[in-house]
Design a protein around this ligand. Structure first.
Ligand SMILES: N[C@@H](CCC(=O)N[C@@H](CS)C(=O)NCC(=O)O)C(=O)O
Length: 347
């Protein structure tokens, strides 16, 4: 081997080593496809879809490992994802924008899961300013190289320790509800979307709404047998009927005030006609034609509050679902309608 060949070979060796190290640090590009590629996700033996529990469940609390601090925590979200959007809504309602930063992924979730804008520069997507990651999975694998769950958003990140605090939206919104009150002006600190006196009722509503509506539409859409689909879709509409009755003459679901029960339901209802009716085959009725009370409730929240409207990006929502599930929509065609995605209040 000539000196030049030798130098080239050792340079190549060094390059291979650094690429291998980089791949190792971001978890490798191929080895996690069974976890990151949703089209490879298996349903249960009976064709039903069961959502896995989130893995990072730490709490932000005074004197704890994760103390409330301005600028210490960061949210990674997708505008498409209903669970992530819950956290964006509460962040905005509570006025936490200056305390907690946000990074938005591209809605096109492919083989490696959710990409950042450096991999897929979809309008409105961001690069990752903290970790320079390419995909959300890189964050998980950086924190836990042997992580074997799904690489989901939202992710609440601790910039100080370089780790994930929590990836369960229902818990993140509870933290946002109270943990940062000391830094907020009195009117924002006073907002409580999980008030003590309504907790029992809120928990009860959340329980069946989660199972049959929030997650119910996914159970319907991801079912891989006719039987599993029908077993999922019927309860979705039974619960919508129940919610329709609850909202007769009522502005909100529980206690005559805006609570997390409304926030948690809103993110599913706003996606219902544009996505779930067609993509997840939840087509017994639409919200706009079948549920006047739910329809009014949703539009009052959407048109009346920037926290609901500004966190709702239909370009990301529709592109995500129709593009990212080739097992349901192999040609990835995104439907043009409904027009408009959400009707005006006086329609
Ligand atoms: N329990 C989680 C669920 C989050 C979740 O499932 N997010 C979906 C997007 S809507 C996701 O990131 N899925 C990626 C995957 O499963 O690969 C929460 O409520 O925060």
């Amino acid at each position: 081997m000539s000196t030049l060949q030798h130098q080239e070979a050792s340079l190549q060796g060094a390059k291979d080593e650094s690429v291998a190290k980089l791949e190792q640090s971001i978890g490798g590009s191929k080895t996690h496809e069974h976890l990151s590629d949703i089209s490879k996700m298996k349903t249960e033996d009976d064709g039903s879809f069961k959502r896995k529990a989130a893995s990072f469940r730490n709490w932000i609390e005074p004197n704890g490992e994760f103390a409330p601090e301005k600028g210490r925590y960061h949210l990674y979200v997708s505008y498409a994802c209903p669970w992530a959007t819950r956290t964006l809504i509460v962040r905005k309602l509570k006025g936490l924008e200056d305390l907690i930063g946000v990074t938005v992924v591209s809605p096109r979730m492919g083989n490696n899961g959710w990409p950042f804008a450096n991999v897929d520069a979809f309008p409105g997507a961001d690069t990752d300013p903290i970790n320079g990651a390419e995909h959300v999975k890189d964050l998980y694998l950086r924190v836990k190289p042997d992580y074997d769950g799904r690489f989901t958003v939202p992710v609440l990140w601790d910039k100080q320790q370089g780790t994930i605090v929590n990836n369960e939206s229902s818990e993140i919104i509870r933290m946002f509800n109270t943990a940062f009150n000391q830094f907020l002006p009195a009117d924002k600190a006073a907002l409580d979307f999980y008030p003590e006196k309504l907790r029992k009722e809120i928990d009860e509503v959340n329980d069946w709404v989660y199972d049959t509506v929030n997650n119910g539409v996914y159970k319907s859409g991801f079912a891989s047998t006719q039987k599993a689909y029908e077993a999922a879709v019927v309860p979705v509409f039974a619960s919508l009927d129940r919610l329709e009755k609850m909202l007769a003459g009522q502005e909100y679901l529980v206690g005559g005030q805006l609570t997390e029960a409304d926030i948690r339901l809103f993110v599913t209802i706003v996606r219902f006609d544009p996505v779930y009716v067609t993509h997840f085959k939840c087509n017994l009725r639409t919200i706009r034609d079948g549920y006047p009370n739910l329809h009014r409730w949703m539009r009052v929240l959407y048109w009346g509050s920037p926290a609901f409207k500004d966190t709702c990006n239909f370009e990301h929502i529709k592109t995500h679902y129709f593009w990212s599930h080739p097992m349901i929509n192999p040609h990835r065609i995104v439907p043009v309608g409904p027009i408009p995605n959400i009707l005006p209040l006086d329609a």
